[in-house]
Design a protein around this ligand. Sequence first.
Ligand code: ZN
Length: 495
Amino acid sequence: MLRRTITVTAAVLAVVLTVQTGSRAAPAPGSPGAGDVYYPEYGNGGYDVGHYDIRLRYHPDTDRLTGATTILATATQDLSRFNLDFALRTTSVRVNNRPATFARQGDHELVVTPARPITKGTPLTVVVEYDDIPSTVVAAGFTSWNRTDDGALAVGEPEIAWWWYPSNDHPTDKASFDVSVLVPDGVEVISNGTPTRWATPAFAGWDRWSWRQEKPQATYLAFLAIGDFDTYQDTSADGSPIVTAYNTRLDPVTAAAARASVERSDEITDWAAGLFGPYPFGARGGVVTGAGDQGFALETQTRPVYDGRSFLRGTNNSLVVHELAHQWFGDSVALGQWKDIWLNEGFATYAQWLWSEEQGEGTAAELAHYVWSEVHPAGDPFWQVLPGDPGPDRLFHSAVYDRGALTVHHLRELVGDEKFFAILRAWTETNEHGDGTTPEFQALAEQISGQDLDAFLQTWLYTPGRPEIGLSTLAAPAEPKSWQRIVAAHEAAHP
Ligand SMILES: [Zn+2]
């Protein structure tokens, strides 16, 4: 659309002539957001990223991070300028081999104006150089870069990329990643995917660590764990590299408990694949931080990051199940909108209920009844939070997890086991390495079940108050054996 008033000038005539010859509209700025209803400024419009090449140098003593990130993208409109999401001090930007001008807008947007407009459909190569102390950088009121006693953690949801690489920061624009970090020798660097350089001497006193994520990955699911880690490498039956890492500051018993859980990641991944469809990625593993370093666990792609605190009381397999289930629900099938967070947390929580059933520690039906009648009785304010639209401030409220899982369970009761698991597998297959929304999930579930699920989902996802499901007449169920473990896992999983 041409937003021009009609006055008789040469410029207008020129515009009219261009339109008549079929040329495009004048290049315009890309949108500063990706259209997310909760986070309108997250992500950007006007281009689609295919690959991030992130090259960093980091020193734990000073927390100084210098970097050069190359973004390979394609313009999706004629662009006069475009935005990147980034908070660190930027020293130069080049676009398609020419120096570009750049300006900060707010505290996490970088506006880039290329020397020449970019034509829709053509490649866009952006090189951003930067140099900062990330732990001192505040954006949107907080700092997600986490400096630890022996290094740093870049792990967060939804906001983390701003503190270590410029990006199109929304789950709907996935890309492959190469992450390469120079650190003083003796320091480990763990990231997603496959290690391509493992502590390779670069120059005196410095090693390079490189990691490759070949499969499409959302920006918040890329992570860095830098510090002193005991690392283990193995290969899974499908040939994928397994890398696990445990911070050396963990006391020996906690480290042993962490290993007793996280070393089962390969087995648990195979178990989940039996329920949800083939494992979508080519690498596996997990990382355990120092106790209290991070305060939560996150389903970072191929290799979840767990806080060591989660294993202070012993193994926590339920937590590992939760984070690995996210590899299907959240990572491979990402959120189309952050408001649909129950599609991540409800399904990952339900996987814990299925694991409990598998272990003989309480069936999913027993857990559902227990959660509905004992954990969150009618009248509990819990029931006022809507899992289908919790609001950005309650993205990780327990209702998103527990009422989300209850929704999944009641869908299973409504359609029966055969169709329920067919729906899950069709969802992960149809949207593999893509994203999905609640309306899309509903359409798929209705197609497979042959049922109209509108009233059901309206009640469970979008209506305040406890849905009455005809269980009140039954005796209050006993606490399932797995319940305390599930609670412990949720305490650990909440950011
Ligand atoms: Zn989760």
